[in-house]
Design a protein around this ligand. Structure first.
Ligand SMILES: C[S@@+](CC[C@H](N)C(=O)[O-])C[C@H]1O[C@@H](n2cnc3c(N)ncnc32)[C@H](O)[C@@H]1O
Length: 225
């Protein structure tokens, strides 16, 4: 059997994209602007962006909450799913990332659909709950992994039956199950799994992936009560 290498996985991702992802000027312009603004290329891969878009479409999401904006690449995918009458609220701590994201969102003509809120996400989430923000149909958690438990709790609090919660980067390149790890991202993600496993209001699973972004994976939870 062929052995996995990042090079081969990247080539396979390119094959998938060539066949299944038509060119999208807004998304390509966003990635270009991210690179020229020196943002790390830690946005979701294009085929994962399409998967998130499809998931949002499947559940007919009209309101999406994202934790972790970077340059707005995944937020633009979500905006395509919710349509011009929908809403994507995305949370970012770094003003420079938010600035680039707003440029990309504006260039894509999506200023009415996507709102970027700048502050540590836990604080923004607490504020949104205090304000009684309307529930979201889908939540995508993709920020600092140490805070995954707090993000999951807030996501649940702003959910309704049928809300889909997706948490990115759960495999930590296998470190998730390293018994010697005391790293905050690993502990935060393990705590998330404990919470998801015990939480009666959700049905959840996780899938590990390989691809252009290496050994990765995501968890997903459907709110059922
Ligand atoms: C993996 S990137 C997000 C990628 C984006 N979802 C995409 O696919 O285009 C993670 C982002 O989370 C932001 N972040 C990290 N800690 C945060 C916090 N405490 N609150 C809000 N954002 C945070 C980082 O600055 C970074 O821009």
């Amino acid at each position: 059997m062929a052995t996995y290498t990042l090079e081969k996985a990247t080539a396979l991702d390119a094959y998938v994209c060539d066949h299944l992802l038509p060119t999208d000027p807004a998304l390509e312009a966003a990635l270009k602007n991210n690179a020229s603004s020196n943002l790390d290329a830690i946005d979701v891969a294009a085929n994962q962006g399409k998967q998130l878009y499809l998931l949002a479409k499947m559940i007919k999401a009209k309101r999406v909450l994202e934790v972790g904006t970077l340059g707005g690449y995944s937020a633009i995918w979500f905006s395509k799913a919710v349509g011009p009458e929908g809403k994507v609220i995305t949370l970012e701590v770094e003003p420079e990332h938010a600035k680039v994201a707003r440029e990309n969102i504006s260039n894509a003509g999506l200023k009415k659909v996507v709102e970027v809120k700048v502050n540590p996400a836990l604080a923004t989430l607490a504020q949104m709950q205090k304000e009684g923000t309307e529930a979201f149909d889908m939540v995508f958690i993709d920020a600092d992994k140490d805070n995954n438990p707090g993000y999951f709790t807030a996501a649940l609090a702003m959910s309704h039956v049928g809300t889909l919660i997706v948490v990115d980067n759960i495999a930590r390149r296998g470190r998730l199950i390293d018994p010697n790890s005391t790293a905050g991202d690993v502990l935060g993600t393990r705590k998330l799994f404990e919470m998801m496993g015990k939480e009666k209001r959700v049905e959840a699973t996780a899938v590990q992936t390989v691809g252009s972004k290496g050994w990765d994976g995501y968890a997903m939870a459907l709110v059922v009560e």
